[in-house]
Design a protein around this ligand. Structure first.
Ligand code: UDP
Length: 236
């Protein structure tokens, strides 16, 4: 499979069209941004960690019956994925209070939630990805009721699989963001990435942060944290 033209360049990835009409190639960069692009930087080696880790997670989820866009890892930073139209929603699942949830509700970071929380944000950089509920989604026709039900069911299933898996490598899955895509046939599949850029990972013993919060909050040891997760997944 060969790249033909650059389709899109985002904050952390480039997406190329290919000579295969069914596939795109994703190329993961080391560029990092936070706070809707306000903070910019580089995390050396991040593209490799995020590419290989996402593929590892997608394979694990496929084995658990979750359809994903993963096709084939082509190199350290490049992966062939199924061509989809991204549903313009960020789907967030939270197991433990952190980040914007803690701020908004005044609940201390690290507080265990009685049950997992699902949030939707409308993907629009100019608007700062505002949080929306099912009524907003249906009223503005971002997605249909059937699609919202499907995304919800898949997101909770993904949470169960991931939470159990990360426990086995000494990591608490605090929260994460996922995105879904729609194939030409109308099938909804998991897309985008699953990495320390998009999940909060805390060491189960020490509660040390092993994710992008080290970059967002200038905690230092950013590269080491990404490598530690990579190592625990047996990818180093
Ligand atoms: N997240 C993400 N992309 C975003 C916003 C959030 O991947 O544009 C992830 C983030 O890494 C965390 C979860 O979604 O794992 C919940 O993030 P939160 O709403 O607490 O926002 P933040 O504190 O990151 O602004």
């Amino acid at each position: 499979m060969n790249k033909t033209e650059l389709l899109y360049e985002g904050k952390a990835k480039k997406v190329y069209k290919t000579d295969n009409d069914e596939c795109y190639i994703v190329d993961y960069k080391d560029d990092a941004t936070a706070f809707n692009g306000l903070k910019k930087g580089t995390i050396t080696g991040k593209g490799i960690v995020n590419n290989r880790m996402s593929n590892h997670m997608f394979k694990l989820l496929e084995a658990a019956g979750v359809p994903t866009h993963f096709v084939e890892e082509l190199s350290e930073r490049e992966t062939a994925v199924r061509k989809v139209k991204i549903v313009p929603l960020e789907v967030i699942i939270r197991n433990i209070a952190a980040g914007s949830f803690s701020k908004r509700l005044g609940i201390a970071e690290g507080t265990k939630l009685a049950c997992p929380v699902l949030e939707f944000c409308f993907k629009d950089d100019a608007l700062g990805d505002p949080m929306v509920n099912e009524y907003h989604i249906l009223a503005t026709e971002i997605a249909t009721k059937e699609e919202v039900e499907k995304l919800t069911k898949m997101a909770f299933r993904i949470n169960e699989v991931m939470k159990d898996y990360f426990k086995t490598v000494g990591i608490e899955l605090i929260d994460f963001k996922i995105e879904f895509g729609k194939t030409a046939e109308g099938e909804i599949i998991l897309a985008d990435e699953i990495s320390p850029d998009t999940c909060r990972f805390w060491d189960s013993e020490t509660m040390e942060k092993l994710d992008k919060d080290r970059f967002r909050r200038d905690l230092g040891g950013v590269e080491d944290a990404y490598l530690e997760v990579y190592r625990r997944l047996g990818l180093a």
